[in-house]
Design a protein around this ligand. Structure first.
Ligand SMILES: [Cu+2]
Length: 350
């Protein structure tokens, strides 16, 4: 009994620390959002001017330069304890639930701690020489059964809401992007934009450093996506089971050969978000990172044209000249960089 009490006190102290870290990361989240908003504002006007001029759109790969990642955003940090700051609606909801649950745990732990301390001091042998022989108290028993049940019920509501959000049906106007896991690199196909495929290999440390990107997360060709537009992410694999996971976008879905897994992705802010294959898939499992670059729709369309793709609905609106540009060359200077996948030899749409 003595040891049981001790463990509870330790657990309560741990909860108190969790509270401190919890509030710190909430501040970090705010800071992250401020930075991302700044980035959006600084990116927009210049690029918007380019889009207004249709000639600029068809100039090819020159229209796109990989965005510089923001330190600590969309990537892990040294000695990080908490979930990464979130940049999707579901992720923000989940993050809120996570912080809310920490507060619930802190409140319960502190309550138990206070009860323990009170009991230890109030009913110690010298203060209470003849202990009570009470063995039943119906009121207290009802309370300590009903109150925890109500707490669990209250937690179940946002918890089930989160599950439902993660399985939300994908709207019809979503842009489809198919991610295929290969041993050991990723391929991204854009069926709504002319079916071109981007092959994404990890950069070596020196090259990542030169580009100002985190080691073992930076890739030669990123998966570029539009911001604020629902994306139908289709995840599959060509050889063994992989898993497409990007923590800051609250996205993880297994990539299974012969199966097309689908999930909605909606990125709220422009930025670079890193992830990794999260299913043990062989010798170079640790070296097939994921880099998602989210751009405003106009810039996304520019990038698509630069890859030799087409803009969905361009014919109807006449807004954008959907003329094909050359396929993007592999950007890595290293021949068949880490993971060493094949680069596509020709554009399937030409
Ligand atoms: Cu893998």
């Amino acid at each position: 009994m003595k040891f049981l009490g001790f463990h509870r006190i330790v657990a309560s102290l741990v909860m108190a620390f969790a509270l401190v870290f919890g509030s710190q990361t909430a501040i970090a989240q705010d800071a992250a959002e401020a930075i991302a908003t700044e980035q959006l504002e600084s990116v927009d006007p210049a690029e918007a001017a380019d889009v207004a001029d249709p000639g600029a759109v068809t100039e090819g790969s020159g229209a796109y330069t990989p965005m510089k990642p923001t330190e600590g955003i969309g990537m892990p940090v040294d000695a990080g304890l908490d979930i990464q700051p979130q940049f999707s609606e579901t992720g923000e909801f989940a993050y809120g639930l996570h912080i809310g649950l920490i507060w619930v745990m802190v409140a319960i732990s502190l309550f138990v701690l206070v009860l323990m301390l009170y009991t230890i001091f109030r009913f110690r042998r010298s203060a209470n020489p003849t202990p009570s022989k009470t063995s039943h108290n119906t009121l207290i028993e009802v309370i300590w059964t009903v109150v925890p049940a109500l707490i669990l019920l209250a937690i179940a509501i946002p918890s089930i809401t989160l599950i439902a959000k993660q399985y939300e049906p994908i709207p019809k106007d979503a842009i489809t992007i198919k991610a295929t896991g290969y041993q050991w690199y990723w391929g991204y196909t854009y069926p709504d934009n002319g079916e071109f495929e981007i092959i994404s290999n990890m950069l070596d440390d020196a090259e990542a450093e030169a580009r100002g990107e985190p080691h073992q997360l930076a890739v030669d060709n990123r998966m570029v996506v539009p911001v604020g537009v629902p994306i139908r992410m289709q995840i599959t694999a060509a050889d063994v089971i992989h898993s497409f996971a990007v923590p800051s976008l609250w996205f993880k879905l297994d990539a299974v050969p012969g199966r097309l897994n689908e999930k909605i992705l909606m990125v709220e802010k422009p930025g670079v978000y890193y992830g990794q294959c999260s299913e043990l898939c062989g010798a170079r499992h640790a070296y097939m990172p994921i880099a998602v670059e989210a751009l405003p729709l106009e810039q996304y369309n520019q990038w698509v044209l630069a890859q030799g793709g087409t803009i969905a609905g361009a014919e109807e609106t006449g807004d954008l000249d959907a003329e094909l540009a050359p396929l993007q060359e592999p950007e890595s200077t290293v021949e068949g960089a880490a993971g060493a996948g094949e680069f596509p030899v020709e554009n399937p749409t030409t």
